[in-house]
Ligand binder design. Sequence first.
Ligand code: ZN
Length: 141
Amino acid sequence: MFDAQAAVGPAHILKPPFGSDLLRELEAFVRVKGINLAWISGVGAVSRATICYYDQEKKDWIDLDLDQHLEVAGLWGNVSLLNGAPIVHIHIVLADEQGHCYGGHLGNNTLVFNLEILMTTLSGPTVVRKMDEQTGLTIWH
Ligand code: ZN
């Protein structure tokens, strides 16, 4: 099992701007701040979303575009390094007006309505993503 021991903190309490692209906003933030390792959680709402599902047989992504207003019932993710630069990886659960949920890997063009995010930085190890032949994904090594 992969195991890297890290020290916790400091934490950033974030509110991305209304209308911003959530993933791009968070990636710009970690690059400007030099954050290479972190854990992310959050709640709020988005005005539209793209979530992605990984087909494990085909080793390919399927995008699901949700052009509707949605609650962010839960958002969790992390920051680690890919090709020497920090990359933000988030999974999200989105609820519609009936409370029905969609979930998956967060894609680009998910637009912020309002979000309250906690990004807890971690220090110590370098956690790097590399292409993994078995899964076809860039995963921690
Ligand atoms: Zn993912």
